[in-house]
Write a protein that binds this ligand. Structure first.
Ligand code: ADP
Length: 158
């Protein structure tokens, strides 16, 4: 079975990458789906984010990276994915993720949502934290893949 891992990935962090790696071992194929959401005022374009994800997942088998907009459940169906994968870091993620999972279930009853608990080492990581540190010139090499760290340095002119 194929699994869809949707998100903003603005940018990809080592927490995301850990979920992708572990998810890819559990399923026959994993589609990383980058949400086109101009409302969120992203730092990186969808194309840049796709490049970052492709660059960091080259060592993995059966990974596809794609952009999508509209309903996640419809994109999952178009990809032939039977499961949506999401990561859980802390209790603070839980309420929001559960609401989305229930909503998706009401829209597409056959589609399941599966949560992977974050690796402890990455539990503090979020794209926003990474951008905040990088904006002020702090080191982010332990938070993101190398290519993303380089993009952040370029973005914030270091
Ligand atoms: P969204 O805007 O959809 O929340 P994100 O890119 O922030 O997109 O996150 C995508 C998914 O990855 C979410 O399920 C989120 O909980 C999960 N995630 C984010 N950071 C981590 C992390 N450090 N460890 C595990 N899962 C994470």
């Amino acid at each position: 079975m194929k699994v869809l891992y949707p998100g903003s990935f603005d940018p990809l962090t080592l927490g995301h990458l850990d979920v992708i790696e572990r998810g890819s071992h559990l399923f026959d194929g994993l589609v990383v789906a980058v949400l086109r959401n101009p409302g969120k005022n992203p730092c990186f374009s969808v194309e840049q984010r796709i490049e970052q994800i492709r660059g960091a997942t080259g060592h993995l088998q059966r990974i596809e990276v794609a952009a999508f907009d509209g309903l996640t459940v419809e994109f999952a169906e178009r990809c032939g994915a039977g499961v949506i994968l999401r990561g859980l870091r802390a209790l603070s993620d839980f309420e929001y993720e559960l609401q989305i999972a229930h909503t998706n279930k009401s829209l597409a009853p056959k589609l399941e949502t599966l949560f992977l608990a974050t690796a402890t080492a990455h539990s503090f990581l979020s794209s926003s934290v990474v951008k905040e540190v990088a904006r002020f010139g702090g080191p982010v090499g332990h938070m993101v893949p190398t290519g993303v760290a380089e993009d952040l340095a370029r973005l914030f002119n270091q």
